[in-house]
Ligand binder design. Structure first.
Ligand SMILES: NC(=O)c1ccc[n+]([C@@H]2O[C@H](COP(=O)([O-])OP(=O)(O)OC[C@H]3O[C@@H](n4cnc5c(N)ncnc54)[C@H](O)[C@@H]3O)[C@@H](O)[C@H]2O)c1
Length: 352
């Protein structure tokens, strides 16, 4: 088992290892000491892993309540959030109880937001079961839900009390979701980890989950400790996301997050090459790795549409947009561009 400790406004451990789910009751009893735990999960994950977690909690004398909702982004919404907090209230949960997110990023964001807001905040535990949640969303305390007109438009920072990542759960992940997680891992490599880039080029991520997750969450821990509330350097983690989010939104969310991030990274690096900020070898290496993991590089939208969507994103500030650009192999920097310059980046990135 590997352990990463996050020293943010709340100090907590991220535990990574095979078979941890069976031990999670003991870990939660020691760290959170709840009387009751609500397991929040979706209808794909709960039937596979719910009973193992519930048994482990019951063995520690913790009362278990479960709340299972239909899988998918459309459940990360006000109505499911409302059902969850009402259920917590009817089960008489108090501030000494806990919420456990068992699932991917949708479950983690929704359960975390419910924990952050119920009775002005109760403890919560992340048990990520998707690769994306393991390397990214379960760490750092961003919680939230979507509104009809935008993703993650309501939310807050609420750090978990512990993150328990059982790498065995990744064995049941559909191939598409594996690719999505790999896109985020490639992002970590591109923003500053040549060793990770080399390692996942040589050995598939699926053959070295513990190592790769440890490396990624250690990098995320460093950014979160320096910039918990995402006003400065945590922005590096957004590499590939600015134009990626636009592609996701323009597709009506039919393009998955991972594929959109892959396209966003490719467009950005190509733009950086064409603007003379980094060498063509950076683009070639990125393209090869994306292909290796079955991820796309071409963005099927016009420069004007992507620019427009990017300026409507919540990360744009007035007339300015902060983007993460590549200035070398596995090296990035934060650049502020004016509204009217965004389109020149996209055309330099190969969009018509
Ligand atoms: N909070 C953050 O910092 C942060 C960061 C990145 C992304 N996110 C959010 O995360 C969400 C995406 O996360 P995701 O990709 O994990 O999506 P997800 O939660 O929808 O999971 C993807 C799919 O995989 C299934 N699944 C998960 N684990 C499984 C397993 N072990 N076996 C079988 N099936 C499994 C789920 O049921 C779902 O159908 C988005 O809502 C995004 O906004 C949040």
């Amino acid at each position: 088992m590997r352990k990463v400790t996050v020293n943010s406004s709340k100090k907590y451990d991220i535990l990574i290892g095979a078979g941890l789910l069976r031990e999670s009751g003991g870990i939660i009893a020691r760290t959170v000491k709840p009387k009751t735990a609500v397991i929040v999960s979706d209808d794909n994950v709960f039937p596979i892993y719910g009973a193992i977690l519930a048994d482990s909690l019951s063995r520690e004398g913790i009362k278990v309540v479960d709340f299972v909702f239909p899988h998918g982004e459309s459940s990360k919404c006000l109505s499911v959030y409302g059902e969850l907090v009402n259920r917590m209230c009817s089960e008489k949960l108090t501030r000494s109880d806990t919420v456990i997110a068992l699932g991917g990023g949708v479950v983690g964001d929704l359960a975390g937001f419910a924990a952050a807001t119920y009775q002005r905040g109760i403890s919560f535990v992340q048990i990520p079961t998707s690769l994306l949640a393991a390397v990214d969303s379960s760490v750092g305390g961003k919680t939230g839900i979507d509104l009809d007109n935008g993703k993650n438009q309501v939310g807050c920072f609420h750090q978990p009390d512990v993150v328990i990542c059982d790498t065995n759960t990744l064995s049941t992940l559909p191939p598409e979701e594996y690719s999505n997680g790999c896109a985020e891992i490639i992002k970590y490599a591109m923003i500053g980890n040549r060793k990770l880039f080399g390692s996942i080029s040589e050995i598939p991520v699926s053959e070295q989950y513990e190592n790769v997750i440890f490396t990624c969450v250690s990098m995320k821990r460093d950014y979160v400790e320096k910039d918990e509330f995402d006003t400065g350097c945590r922005m590096f983690l957004n590499f590939g996301h600015t134009f990626g989010h636009s592609a996701e939104a323009l597709s009506g969310y039919t393009i998955s997050h991972g594929k959109a991030v892959a396209m966003g990274m490719a467009v950005m690096v190509k733009a950086c090459v064409n603007k003379g900020l980094c060498g063509g070898d950076v683009y070639d290496k990125l393209l090869k790795l994306l292909e290796q993991y079955g991820l796309p590089a071409e963005m099927p939208f016009t420069a004007a549409d992507v620019a427009n969507a990017a300026m409507n994103d919540k990360k744009s500030a007035g007339d300015d947009l902060r983007i993460v650009t590549a200035d070398g192999f596995c090296s990035c920097k934060i650049t502020t561009v004016k509204r009217n310059e965004v389109i020149t980046w996209l055309t330099a990135g190969g969009l018509k």
